[in-house]
Design a protein around this ligand. Structure first.
Ligand SMILES: [Zn+2]
Length: 344
């Protein structure tokens, strides 16, 4: 089976559904419908808003978990300016300068949606002497709404209020050369990887070796996504982006296996097992240290979940900015997670 074709089929559905942290209803519906199409129905939504799929294993001695986070970076209306533009606050940690010029959608609490553009507050070269030099930070970015609004009152009449989500365009593209260019490959690339692993289990009529909980987490970008995973799990392999740059080994073609991130080392034994599986299956993999990085394993551990924890994922270039990976990195991630679930 050509799993790249399946990735190309599901990626637009996942990437083009806005899901900034805390606004997960739509992406949950997309994931549930893909899971249902694959024949998985044992899905629950937790109070905190994570989706969890339970799959019975061949053997009940152990419960393992895997996860990817379906939430993304985003923006929220902080206040409405007197000229009818919006001031925004960040949700998670987007690279603010990369947002200048991005198309976006403002979603109101009563379900209306308006388009707009994120711009510098000195947006015109012919008017503002600091149009080129003004910092592109959240204090100096605005949203221009594509409606005839000239005042704060005009904006309020549209139904837009403080606290409304502003979702910016992921610009998802898959090139002929096999690159996935998009915002939010962190971590929707991994969501697609896990869905493909679940398809492969069905195609090959395999059960995972142990009882398996698959989490689609919705608050990872703000640090506490997987803090409420089940206390029953013995092992937790989260799938999240691999870092690329500087002296790191990670790249856009390989699956990264993290030995350590900002929260310290991952579980030595579980990480070693994953490295050995990657070697055994001759996967393109690297072992790496992620310098400025936290994951859902840290969230689970800080919450007191007593499990071994490890992290794998496709190498992503320019993370939290205009990201890119190659489908090969996602395929290597799929192969590693699949072998972990059926063999170890
Ligand atoms: Zn991530």
């Amino acid at each position: 089976m050509d799993y790249k074709a399946y990735l190309k089929e599901i990626a637009p559905k996942i990437f083009l559904t806005d899901s900034p942290t805390g606004y997960s209803k739509n992406i949950d519906n997309v994931i549930i419908s893909i899971l249902n199409e694959l024949g998985y129905t044992n899905i629950k939504k937790t109070n905190k808003g994570n989706l969890v799929l339970e799959i019975e294993g061949e053997n009940n001695n152990k419960t393992v978990a895997t996860s990817a986070h379906a939430d993304t970076l985003g923006l929220m209306v902080r206040s409405i300016n007197s000229d009818g533009t919006l001031k925004v606050t960040n949700v998670g940690g987007p690279q603010a300068p990369t947002l200048d010029g991005e198309y976006c959608k403002i979603v109101t609490r009563d379900g209306k949606s308006y388009t707009g553009t994120v711009l510098s507050s000195s947006p015109s070269s012919h008017v503002y002497p600091d149009a080129k030099s003004k910092p592109r930070d959240f204090d100096n970015l605005i949203v221009r709404i594509d409606e005839n609004v000239k005042s704060k009152d005009d904006v309020i009449k549209l139904g837009i209020d403080n606290g409304d989500y502003v979702c910016y365009d992921p610009k998802t593209t898959i090139t002929e050369s096999g690159f996935l260019k998009s915002r939010f490959i962190d971590d929707k690339g991994s969501v697609c990887a896990i869905l493909t692993v679940l398809k492969k289990l069905k195609d090959e009529n395999r059960k995972p070796k142990y009882n398996t909980l698959v989490y689609f987490v919705n608050q990872e970008e703000v640090g506490h996504g997987a803090s409420t995973v089940s206390n029953e799990i013995d092992e937790f392999v989260t799938v999240d982006m691999g870092c690329v740059g500087l002296d790191l080994a990670g790249n856009e073609y390989a699956v990264s296996i993290a030995a350590k991130d900002s929260n310290g080392p991952y579980d030595y034994e579980l990480t070693s097992r994953l490295i050995n599986l990657a070697k055994k299956h001759k996967l393109n993999y690297v072992v790496d240290i992620f310098p400025y990085y936290g994951s859902d394993i840290g969230a689970a551990w800080h919450a007191g979940i007593d499990c071994k924890g490890a992290l794998i994922g496709p190498g992503v270039h320019a993370s939290h900015g205009m990201e890119r990976t190659h489908l090969d990195a996602i395929i290597n991630t799929i192969e590693l997670l699949y072998s972990y679930l059926i063999e170890e």
